[in-house]
Design a protein. Sequence first.
Lengths: 465, 237
Amino acid sequence: MSTAAVAFKKDAVRLSADLRHRALIQGALSKYELKRDEKQALFQDWQGARQLAAETKWEAVNHLDTYLDQFVRGLEARGTKVHWASTAQQARDIMVGICREKSARSIVKSKAMTAEEIHLNEALEHAGFDVVESDLGEFIVQLREEAPYHIVFPAMHLTRGEIKDVFERKLHDAPSDSPEELTMVARRVLRQKYVQADVGITGANFAVAETGMVSVTENEGNARLTAALPKTMITLLGIEKIVPRLEDLALFLPMLATVGAGQLISGYNTMYGGPRQPGEADGPEEFHVVLLDNNRTAILADAEQRDSLHCIRCGACLNVCPIYRNVGGHTYGTTYPGPIGSVITPNLRGLQEWKHLSYSSSLCGACTEACPVKIDLAHHLLQNRRNASRQKPSFLQRMAFKLFAPLATKPWLWSLLVTKGGRFGQIFHGLVKGTRLDPAYVWTKTRDLPPIARQSFKEWWKERK
Amino acid sequence: MTVTLFIPCFVDLLYPQVGIAMVKILEKLGHKVECPDSPACCGQPAFNTGYWDESRDVAVKLLEQLKDAEVVVIASGSCGAMMKVFYPDLFAGTPHHALARQVSGRCFEFSQFLVDQLGVTDLGAQFPHRVTFHDGCHSLREMRIHAAPRRLMQRVQGLELIEMKQTVCCGFGGTFSAKFPMISTAMGEVKCGLALDTSAEYVVSCDSSCLMHIQGLIDRQKKPLKTIHLAEILAQS
């Protein structure tokens, strides 16, 4: 097992038995489901909308070269500096380089999973910059020095008491555990940071090829302040964020709000096309866009799983996933947890190292059903499993399945070894049941097993004939 | 017509009464039932674990058995999904692809076959109990079965169906339940909780494998619930 797999199993065992955690997450996500269903019902035809979204992203992803080129030309025409980063390291170097060139000291960031993916904060802090997250949830997990728990709700695993505690510890200001009062504390701290910051870094939800603009969705106005106040703005985004036309946002913005947070539309949706233009009253003096590959082109080359680049990072698949709901976001040990993470992480970061995520699924398909852009998530998990065992089969498992074939295809062997052998074995099973000596321990530790019937179906059928 | 009934391994060994009920119902409706003696399995465990070559070693035997079948009825939504949905993928690029696609078109899960193919909903059954229904995920999302079992239950005298608040996996997932037993157990506990909330006496399903998982937890944790396959209810009169 890879080290990532060992860590996953350990945390999964702990959290799936943690009833407090279970109640917290199941409760929060059940409320989300109600809101989501309400908003989904407002679409004239939700399934039609999904189909259109899938086709739009298909078009974008399958013509990525053309659309990226168009996107970049539009941005550059308005004086934006566009950077291409093949790897996470390149992206970090580019961004650290820009901050150094601007002699920046303080950096304010709005929420960006792509920045988590390349571990940008560590790189910036390591280079001596002061970085602060401006999204409230991200701000809280940054104070706690932990990764976001969820790609949309970074601090959903915390109670108000826990948030009060960390405010007390780190900010020495926590009048009560009321969400309103705590938000006011965060706001006071953050307002100061916006004013001081030399560079503002944002992510992007969509990249509109037609107009050469990035579209940023948020609910707190923090991304707007991050973009508007510092002199230099940097936007980091994956190359798959492309949508072909501006009008595509008429579908994607309400769709993202609906499945992402059960909202009609997110609080703030802003388009950025370049630095401050002559005659404009505000906006950054310099605008940099960093386009990140980081193995996305490897997925692009795989026709079978190319649709996983459709992902709009809405979190809908996490929210409905019974695995996610039981083990929680941190257990995955990845930037992108839940079904989408279990599909793309093995392909982005190494199949053998991360294949356990593709195996840790009951293949229930709730994710596929929830995905607004119709990524074939559950089936991609199966394909990852196939690819992983083809590349590096486990000797024991392969032997087991090889031996199973004659057993399952020869009736006399089945009858002798499985039906009769099973009945015989059962006589002694009681002695070891549920203990470590039990060959079925993984099952019987927590669950009972039914006995083999006195007369199996096949025996009944034979007798009857 | 002649119905070829495929009985998966766990029904054969652990729940023969489910297969027997199906035979009786199909015969009562005037059909001839055939059960292939072999293979005992559809090949899903190897397939789901990623060992597609080994899965084909078993699956190809089943395909050959079913080559001339008029219709194939599968006594499990999950094995049904394997044969109907996944065989064409499994055999893609092999000499058996065309056969896999043909057989796939003739495969039906039991309740789906009764309602959608035979147009039967009333079997004259009685079951004076409060029940809730568990949609096996493969039945629901791969086979697209939702209405059929409910229409059958509607016509069972005395049966009162109370739906669970959420449609969620029972946590079985085949080899998943052994590879990640604690996650699987937690999922099963959530499922049992939802079922208990309905105050039903029975959890009914078209998937004995899900019921095995749910019952396994019920027995271990001594919950006031029972499980029963829909076919067993339909055979009661």
